[in-house]
Design a protein around this ligand. Sequence first.
Ligand SMILES: NC(=O)c1ccc[n+]([C@@H]2O[C@H](COP(=O)([O-])OP(=O)(O)OC[C@H]3O[C@@H](n4cnc5c(N)ncnc54)[C@H](OP(=O)(O)O)[C@@H]3O)[C@@H](O)[C@H]2O)c1
Length: 312
Amino acid sequence: MQAFILTEPTGGAGLRLTDLPTPTPATGEVLVQVKAISLNPVDVKTAQGKAMYGRINAEPPVIPGWDISGVVSAVGAEVADFKVGDEVFGMVNFPGHGRAYAEYVAAPAAHLARKPSNISHAEAAAATLAALTAWQAFTAHAPVQAGQRVLVHAAAGGVGHFAVQLAKERGAYVIGTSSAAKRDFVRDLGADEHVDYQAGPFEQAVAPVDVVLDTVGGPNLVRSASVLKPGGRLVSILGMTPEATARAEERGATTTAFLVESNGAQMQELAARLADGRLRAHVSAALPFAELPAALRLVETGRTQGKVVVTL
Ligand SMILES: NC(=O)c1ccc[n+]([C@@H]2O[C@H](COP(=O)([O-])OP(=O)(O)OC[C@H]3O[C@@H](n4cnc5c(N)ncnc54)[C@H](OP(=O)(O)O)[C@@H]3O)[C@@H](O)[C@H]2O)c1
């Protein structure tokens, strides 16, 4: 099979398209013939020698990537849920060595779900790491309840565009931040309010909220804590700072940060929503597999809308 391996931690320039043996699925795994791969900022960081690089570099050949959609082409022992020919999607082995930048991926069955037949492989691949992050944020780490006010940062981004839709489904009043150019996109996702974070400090435009999802990090964290209601919760996907936690506690609120984890049962929840239209994946760019390094450079800009994928 062909796969992109990371030969040195120099970003997209360190990727090489190479011939490798097709993997054999181990116990509990299926072999997926990949039809689409989605890319994430963690792919960029890992290719630059940060994030997951230390883990995956210990297991050569280093095949980055985690998000796939494709067709089951072989089934390992003790796999009951999938058979050859099933269309599946998921975030594979995160945090760990996903080996997704390849024509074939041996994936734990427990990390996959059936791809809804009404969406493309590109859309399915897009609705994996980013969608699971939003799901885990609003179900486990800062559970969103009906009637709550929820602020989603980078609402036009990969995680944000799923977060807006999932918070709306849970009955929240949703405020999304983006630049002015992406206002209509954010409103079309269902956001009740849009804040242009470049027009002025967002904390001056946002009335107190119950939940903030911070996808930006840095100084944005403490500023986000300052818009929490008493009893509110700041959930970050870029770590937490003592300053942000202190600011939240002054307001009678709490903070947390987490790393998304592979979870096939949660992928099934997402699949049900993608199937009936409660959730939509927005693919803003779909490039051929051979152009994966160029797709990674798009993600590296930090300015993309929805998701960037490559197709095979
Ligand atoms: N902990 C975890 O498990 C986890 C999981 C997923 C992602 N992450 C991290 O979370 C971050 C976001 O991930 P992502 O996939 O959503 O990224 P992404 O898709 O690359 O986000 C791009 C979006 O960010 C927006 N943006 C940039 N700066 C902003 C700001 N200051 N305020 C509001 N919007 C801003 C851009 O909108 P404009 O062009 O309009 O500015 C763009 O639409 C990344 O650093 C990623 O590594 C962590």
